[in-house]
Design a binder for this molecule. Structure first.
Ligand code: HEM
Length: 440
């Protein structure tokens, strides 16, 4: 058995910069040069990365006690100690059980109408403008969906207030603050930390109003369901923990959905044959169907899956080892990170022939196991919002294409660029949106 860490790039700072700036270029290059798995030294610790589906399966199948969460310290001030992202062990498993039902099945489907109304209103407002950034438009939609379906805003005024508070908090949350903890000090109510704390307090005040309201009038949004939830001992969640979870859903769910939608809009419109097929499916439903119908369209589904294969917005998921883990021929010691290389698996030629090509039909030709197709990660930390995001994205796209014609304004396809933790289309996908009725 080999016990030394596998080979890989040596320079810690340079490899950190490469992972952050150009994972689409450097991860495949390292794989080709060093083999699978390979070791990457980063400023946050050393990680062993694999793009081999069998090893990814090993990572996802290991018991939860094998791992600690990776690199969450930086976001701790925004999420709080009650966030599922910060928790580990049994408490993490219990919290996932509480959060899962509101984001799945009938409770999720109950939000279809809200998602469609929000999407139609924002798209109608963008109609006719000479230049709209698809990512901003999609972000405005996903933020309002969170304000209503997750936080439980009951009317426009409440939704607007929550959206403004969120945007203020995001504006105040400079990455410097989180990566340089010594800046987390209040200078007599002045400075970036004080500004961030004020924005956070403002948002928390509004979230607390939603919690108090749900206690008086039970509601079916995620906030309402968490207020009503009881654990195995009949205990309710503490308000501070509910607020932490609501902020976590915002952090994990709002930019991710918007960026993925922007990639889908871009790639779909660069492949007219697929656009025509998706358009025909949508038109067959008529101009204002029950929005749930958009979530059952087979061609739209293939397209969404293929875009998330080619451009996974999270290119790898990491776990820190609490105890050693055997990864192929290598015994990775405790304290090191192991990393499932989503991008590397998705570009694996044995699984996906012509991996660089946009071929949505590959998802009709065969089924992929969870360790072969993993845009939402996997194992005990797989994305809690995967079903919710997939549902919302299909409704937004259905509403967009049913009533509007979208034109891309940039001839050159965008390149993936880092945006916080995700890889977004550079330039945000500039588009023009036109009412189809007006055009015909
Ligand atoms: C297209 C949109 C989305 C993508 C691509 C995405 C992707 C991911 C990925 C890759 C992870 C890490 C999984 C792992 O470590 O194995 C994750 C975690 C998570 N996501 Fe998402 N996500 C999306 C939307 C959402 C939405 C809408 C929500 C909530 C409403 C959400 C909530 C979460 C939470 C709470 C976690 C942490 C789970 C845990 O640590 O147990 N995500 N997501």
């Amino acid at each position: 058995m080999v016990t030394a860490l596998p080979d890989g790039p040596r320079n810690r700072l340079l490899s950190t910069i490469k992972v952050l700036r150009s994972p689409f270029v450097d991860l495949p290059r390292w794989l080709a040069r060093y083999g699978d798995p390979f070791t990457i030294p980063t400023v946050n610790g050393t990680v062993v990365m694999t793009g081999d589906p069998a090893l990814v399966k090993t990572i996802f199948a290991a018991p939860p006690s094998t791992y600690l969460p990776w690199g969450v310290d930086a976001v701790a001030p925004m999420l709080g100690p009650g966030s599922v992202l910060m928790l580990e062990g049994d408490r993490h498993t219990r919290e996932r059980k509480l959060l899962m039902p509101p984001l799945h099945g009938e409770r999720m489907r109950a939000h279809a109408q809200t998602m469609a109304e929000v999407a139609r209103r924002h798209l109608a407002a963008a109609d006719g403008a000479s230049r709209v950034i698809a990512m901003d438009l999609m972000q405005a939609i996903s933020l309002e969906v969170i304000a209503r379906a997750i936080f439980g805003a009951q009317n426009d005024a409440q939704a607007r207030a929550l959206e403004h508070a969120v945007l203020d908090m995001i504006a105040a949350a400079s990455p410097m603050l989180f990566f340089m903890p010594f800046l987390q000090r209040d200078f007599a109510g002045l400075g970036p930390w004080a500004r961030f704390r004020r924005a956070l307090a403002q948002l928390d005040g509004l979230l607390q109003e939603r919690i108090d309201d749900a206690r008086r009038h039970p509601r079916a949004d995620l906030c309402g369901l968490l207020v009503a939830a009881r654990d195995e001992d009949g205990e309710a969640m503490r308000d501070a923990d509910i607020r932490d979870e609501l902020r976590t859903m915002l952090f994990a769910g709002h930019e991710t959905t918007a960026i993925t939608l922007a990639w889908i809009i871009d790639l779909l419109h660069r492949h007219p044959e697929w656009l025509a097929r998706v358009q025909a499916e949508i038109d067959a439903l008529g101009p204002a169907p029950d929005p749930i119908a958009y979530t059952n369209l087979p061609t739209l589904d293939l397209v969404c899956k293929e875009v998330m294969r080619l451009y996974p917005i999270v290119t790898e998921v990491l776990r820190k080892l609490r105890e050693p883990l055997r990864l192929g021929e290598c015994e990775v010691p405790a304290g090191i990170g192991v990393c499932a290389g989503i991008l590397l698996v998705h570009r694996n030629e044995a699984l996906y022939p012509e991996p660089e090509a946009f071929r949505p039909e590959r998802f009709a030709e065969r089924r992929f196991a969870p360790h072969e197709y993993l845009p939402f990660g996997g194992g005990d930390r797989r994305c809690l919002g995967a079903a919710f995001a997939s549902f919302e994205m299909r409704i937004v796209l259905g509403c967009a294409l049913a009533r509007h014609r979208i034109s891309l304004l940039d001839e050159t396809p965008p390149r993936p660029v880092r945006r916080n933790l995700t890889l977004a289309p550079g330039g945000g996908v500039p588009i023009r949106v036109n009412d189809r009725a007006g055009l015909s």
